[in-house]
Design a protein around this ligand. Structure first.
Ligand code: ZN
Length: 278
């Protein structure tokens, strides 16, 4: 059963990656993604695959973690026997209310409820999601793993996630399914289904570029590491679209990559995204 569940989760990640590519207006070929999707789908028992397809038509995400005994999507309480069976991993479990597949997450990333200082004025634009201390103008990292771990550490030290190691592990699991690198040297490593506060991201720069899994062996230079609470999933796609729209421009990429200090980088990012992320 575990393997069917893992296949379902992979299938969902691949389908969601397709949504991400659409949101990022990517010109990258979807053929490889479609091929992987078809392959995993063909390995599932037919009734499970059919159910998945039906759910997918209604909901962007159909395989959902339990959170404190509730379905983390519809939010309703799930009977204890379903929770226990999901925990034991004996057979596939469904939410009795919305019908989505349920699983018991082995690892959960959490963000504190209150993420920014109390006295800040009401924020607009990217100030709702990030801060100067989450800007890393000169990443020390030289590999994909190190980029993710370095940005997770910034989130952890800033008090934006409870445990940087957990966030790193979950982001790497996601990268292993399909890379989050897109065109223009951009990459969007992320962790979904985070519990707690709001959507938050850290940004790292590596002028020289890093092999992050982009097609055609292109190097990635600008990394947005995003932690996404379950209710913010749809918004995350809009944020992604806004960031890509901003940094499609060569001048915008250059302006950001030229930054030497976190404060300077933060001001530059705010200015560049003023219209794309209102
Ligand atoms: Zn539900």
């Amino acid at each position: 059963m575990k393997s069917i569940l893992n296949q379902l989760i992979q299938l969902q990640e691949l389908n969601f990656a397709k949504e991400e590519q659409k949101a990022s207006n990517s010109q990258m070929p979807l053929a490889q993604l479609e091929k992987s999707i078809a392959k995993i789908r063909s390995q599932l028992p037919p009734d499970v695959a059919d159910r998945y397809d039906r759910l997918q038509k209604r909901y962007p995400l159909a395989v959902i973690p339990l959170a404190h005994g509730n379905c983390s999507r519809c939010g309703l309480a799930v009977p204890a026997n379903v929770v226990n069976a999901a925990k034991a991993g004996e057979q596939l479990q469904y939410c009795p209310h919305c019908g989505r597949f349920l699983f018991f997450p082995d690892t959960i990333a959490r963000t504190p409820k209150k993420k920014f200082d109390g006295n800040r004025p009401v924020e607009v634009g990217i100030a709702r999601f990030s801060a100067a201390n989450l800007m890393v103008p000169k990443l020390a990292a030289t590999t994909r793993e190190e980029v993710i771990s370095e940005l997770a550490k910034a989130l952890g030290e800033g008090g934006f996630v409870e445990d940087a190691a957990t966030v790193t592990e979950l982001a790497l699991r996601r990268e292993a399914i399909v890379s989050t690198a897109v065109e223009h040297g951009l990459a969007f490593p992320h962790v979904r289904d985070v519990e707690g506060g709001g959507l938050t991201f850290a940004v790292g720069l590596k002028e020289k570029g890093i092999e992050f899994g982009a097609t055609g062996d292109h190097l990635s230079k600008i990394f947005f590491f995003i932690v996404i609470p379950t209710p913010a999933t749809a918004f995350y796609l809009r944020l992604l679209a806004g960031l890509v729209r901003t940094f499609e421009s060569t001048e915008a990429r250059k302006a950001l990559l030229d930054c030497e200090k976190p404060d300077e980088m933060w001001k530059t990012l705010a200015k560049l995204t003023k219209d794309t992320i209102p």
